[in-house]
Design a protein around this ligand. Sequence first.
Ligand code: AMP
Ligand code: MN
Ligand code: MN
Ligand code: MN
Length: 313
Amino acid sequence: ESCLGLGLYRHLRTFDAATHFANTTKQEGVSVGTLDLHMHSTASDGSLAPDALVRFARECGVRTMALTDHDTVAGVDLAQRTAHLEGLTFVTGIEISTIYAGKNIHVVGLGINPHDEELLAVTTTMCSERDRRAVLMAERFAELGIEGMFEEAMTFSARESNLSRLHFAKALMKRGIVKNQQEAFDKYLGEGKLAYVAAPWGSVADAVELIHKARGIAVLAHPGRYRFSAEWQLDALVEGFAECGGDGIEVVSGSQSPSFTEKALQFARFYGLAISTGSDFHSEAGTRPVPGAQGELPSGLPTVMKMLGLESV
Ligand code: AMP
Ligand code: MN
Ligand code: MN
Ligand code: MN
């Protein structure tokens, strides 16, 4: 019942596109073109360095991109400079980890100021928390008779920090303990599984607030990927996200089934959320499509690109 009033309120909200435009770079004569607003580099759990990722995305036909590493903007400046050189339109980004109903829920921030002091302080802490969690996960593995997993996972990370469960999945595959990424998450790394350790992430509302303070727009990442035990929990998540000021939703994502797009569009319409798209590319050996290949953004609804001031429709 609160939804209707909320919808009206949301449409009355104003958005300062000019402020956000300051954090994007549009090259002369380059249109939005093939769009990918969700990708990872070696600054988190991707396999390509930020500059190599931009070049690869360009080879894949991407013309407008965002780098959205987990809980860090460490790769953004290099990616932005490279995108400039390569003639791509670049949108600054991040993917913030949160917890809701015991699930790891991701909120993408687009158009953020990558030098925002609070954003840098919070994400630096989050990267340390990731490393602390990794030590605890390695202890869990040791209890299971699987030794040395912290060091093994670390060999897959280009950085000394910001370890991801994906690095552990790679370590498990290398040792032949699991056949593939899915098995690694189903047996060991997923919520509640054998080596799972919950990280002390904040709420979805905390992430939205942090992104807004850094002058970005908050986008609910891959809503079709969260496997809630009850269907109402997803509805409650999206409603709560909109209620706390969330701006957009990924309706097309390499991390969710194309059959989910229609449901995501219903959410976007009902809650007045702008629509977004991204491959969630990590590496060529990964499970996600290559940059830009996640599928086209349907027309007819306001897009995050419009909110960012990069598109007129
Ligand atoms: P973390 O951010 O350390 O909690 O790790 C989450 C990362 O692991 C995500 O970015 C995905 O790349 C990957 N991941 C999470 N869940 C799964 C899953 N069920 N299957 C495969 N990869 C997953
Ligand atoms: Mn990842
Ligand atoms: Mn994600
Ligand atoms: Mn991602």
